[in-house]
Design a protein around this ligand. Sequence first.
Ligand code: ZN
Length: 322
Amino acid sequence: MTTRRTIRWGAAAVRVATILTGVMASLWVGMPLLAQDGAPKGPAAAAGEMRTWTDITGKVSREAEFLKAEDGQVHLRLKGGKETKIPLKNLSKKDRDWVRNEGAVERVAVHFHLVADMEMAKGGVAMTNWLTPEMIKKTVMPEVNRIWSPAKIEWTLSGVTPGKTRSEGRAATIATLLATTRDSEGKSDPERIRKLEAILHENRNDPRAINIYVIPYLGGTSQGNAQPGRRWVCLGQWTDKPSREERPPEKCLLVEGEPFQQGSFARTVAHEVGHILGLNHPEKNVPPFQRLMGGKNPAYDLTAEEKATARKTAQTLFSTPR
Ligand SMILES: [Zn+2]
């Protein structure tokens, strides 16, 4: 009969540790992975969690911080700062599951289509297209990734391309969008989205990315819309949400950061892609508040359940063609 032991690498276990050094050598590749400047490097989104790792035999455990999983190797930083790696297959099932479910960064691609042929004006304001590919790349994407980093989901940019609409139906769609307001329950007419989809139909959707269409304006107090079934998001660059339509639309804040005050274009992107990853709006008055998905006092937080749902959806998002 074998006794399952967990050896912690604390001072009290040093003697046992010495005996097990032979076993260790065969399973753990004690290779220092310090970068050139001596500073340990790992993806910020995944790093930072100190936990106990056990090998597949169940006999050897070590306290270490997870750095990354790459090419079948799990990179760890041991207590004391030394970096090491171990093949994923040599870890206990519990650790392998942790790496798959929580440790590894999930990457999801987004593709922006900047729609430039919809002329829209409201309240005497000509809502021109002011958002540039440079702004998406340098300002919006880093903020979306900042917001999502606690879920260990990284958004990659597969492209920013000009978007076109079909001329047939364009004028009617613009008229519908300009006339849309929220009803007493806070809902906007979903018909406007169906019309929009119809005129955006001729764009080449990127099949390996969430396609994000940026148009001038999406209707009264409306800033974004997501259609999870089609991995489709639409956003406006102009908004009258802060004034609740009291004033003419103004350019969205590109990024607001924290604390949340009125919301930004980048936060709306982060919110809408949350819907694509299977998240819904929380009940308005049920805590916790300060959430990315809305509710009372919306802000940036994701609950543990939301992070798990989003990660799970991200893993299979592109496994079926749409
Ligand atoms: Zn929403």
